[in-house]
Design a protein around this ligand. Structure first.
Ligand code: LCS
Length: 397
């Protein structure tokens, strides 16, 4: 029987509670593409959703169900779907909830491929996207109209850690039209630090490739919402429009990583706070973006809506892109790579990597200058990382 608990660390280990016929402690990997019916009538009843039970792994699989039960519990949602990637989660959700002629209001600072999907691809299907600064209430109010179906944000945002007040955004959107779906990408925070659904958002999406799995060894995603919305996303966005379903093998790895989420997040956050304070005093750095610093514009909101401030830091190196590249190329303990939330500290240059989908004007509008370097603080000793950054920053002119 599933345990009912609000405690994060206990819940993460016991929320699923599936028992197999042998009493295995760990959820088995059901590597099967299809499931056997006793009769044609039973198959028909399952297709008509009149009888519970599995049909075909694109529509559901016991290993994935176990993971989805845990994910729904962690985010405080009624249901969840595990997907093949974060982009699979985002596209399956958007394809389900939007039609031609309707509009999306989105923050202009987003992960590069989410921006690309909105700006260059959705627009080909007659969907209009209004990019705004979501942290500015007046811009949000002015952008909403009777065709708006979705309000979309990341907080902290990729790559510059911009913070948006989730409760206030949801309040403004829902008081304009309760039918609007507020979708929050919670990849940077994870449910350990922040629960957007409890703050009024309708749907949470994740790249589980990052902290949720936490080991840099798989690509996965997740959507969490109310049961009706998840049913729709499963039957439209996953089953018919993207097929972006997570494989049972990957669901197993995802669950294994997820078990240590609270331990890892504590370490990522505490190290990031120490490193942000070091960077803030560095003469070669123009500005540090870390929500835990009092100097961060969103610090007060982050203090209200997050448990700790996360493991991501961005900073602008004085002297622009070339100096930033010198620093990124000089790290020895950290590694030059995109992605984040791995045990290893990763360094990247957003304008030429994750956010190369933005043109020069869009980069400036989104607050991603050429001198910006993004750090995903790993689980190494923070003092080793500080020494490494010290020698890398010495290479800047
Ligand atoms: N949402 C956010 C906030 C992300 O950072 C990413 C990937 C995605 C969604 C997409 O997830 P995926 O399909 O890759 O699982 N972010 C990346 C990044 O910053 N570096 O490499 C990937």
């Amino acid at each position: 029987m599933a345990h009912k608990t609000d405690d994060f660390s206990t819940g993460i280990l016991h929320a699923g509670g599936m028992k197999d016929q042998y009493g295995a402690l760990i959820t088995p990997i059901y590597n099967t593409s299809t499931f056997v019916f006793d009769s044609t009538d039973q198959g028909a009843a399952r297709f008509a959703l009149e009888e519970p039970g599995y049909i075909y792994t694109r529509i559901g699989n016991p290993t994935c169900t176990e993971l989805e039960t845990v994910l729904a519990m962690l985010e405080g949602g009624e249901a969840a779907i595990a997907t093949a990637s974060g982009m699979g989660a985002i596209t399956a959700t958007i394809w389900t909830l939007i039609s031609a002629g309707e509009e999306i209001v989105a923050d202009k600072t987003l992960y590069g491929c989410t921006f690309e999907f909105f700006q260059h691809h959705l627009s080909r299907f007659g969907v209009k996207i209004n990019f705004i600064d979501m942290s500015n209430e007046d811009e949000l109010k002015a952008a909403l109209n009777e065709r708006t179906r979705i309000v979309y944000l990341e907080t902290p945002a990729n790559p510059n850690l911009k913070i948006t007040d989730i409760a206030r955004t949801a309040e403004i959107a829902h008081s304009f039209n309760p039918e609007i779906k507020v979708i929050c990408d919670n990849t940077f925070a994870t449910p350990y630090l922040q629960k957007p659904l409890s703050l009024g958002a309708d749907v949470v999406v994740h790249s589980a490739t990052k902290y949720l799995n936490g080991h840099g060894d798989l690509i996965a995603g997740a959507v969490i919402s109310d049961q009706e919305t998840i049913n729709q996303i499963l039957l439209v966005g996953i089953k018919d429009m993207t097929g972006a379903v997570l494989a049972p093998n990957e669901a197993y790895l995802f669950m294994r990583g997820l078990k240590t989420l609270s331990l890892r997040m504590e370490r990522h956050c505490n190290s990031a706070m120490k490193i942000a304070r070091y960077l803030e005093k560095h003469e070669k750095i123009e500005k540090v973006f870390y929500p835990g610093l009092e100097s961060h514009e969103g610090h007060d909101i982050a203090s209200r809506q997050m448990r700790l401030y996360g493991g991501m830091i961005s900073f602008i190196v004085r002297g622009g892109r070339d100096n930033a590249a010198r620093v990124a190329d000089s790290v020895k303990v950290a590694t030059l790579a995109v992605s984040l939330g791995a045990p290893e500290t990763l360094v990247e240059h957003a304008a030429s990597m994750t956010h190369s989908t933005y043109n020069d004007e869009e980069l400036i509008a989104a607050g991603i200058p050429g001198g910006l370097i993004r750090l995903s603080i790993g689980l190494e000793d923070p003092d080793d990382l500080i020494s490494d950054l010290e020698q890398a920053l010495a290479q800047a002119e």
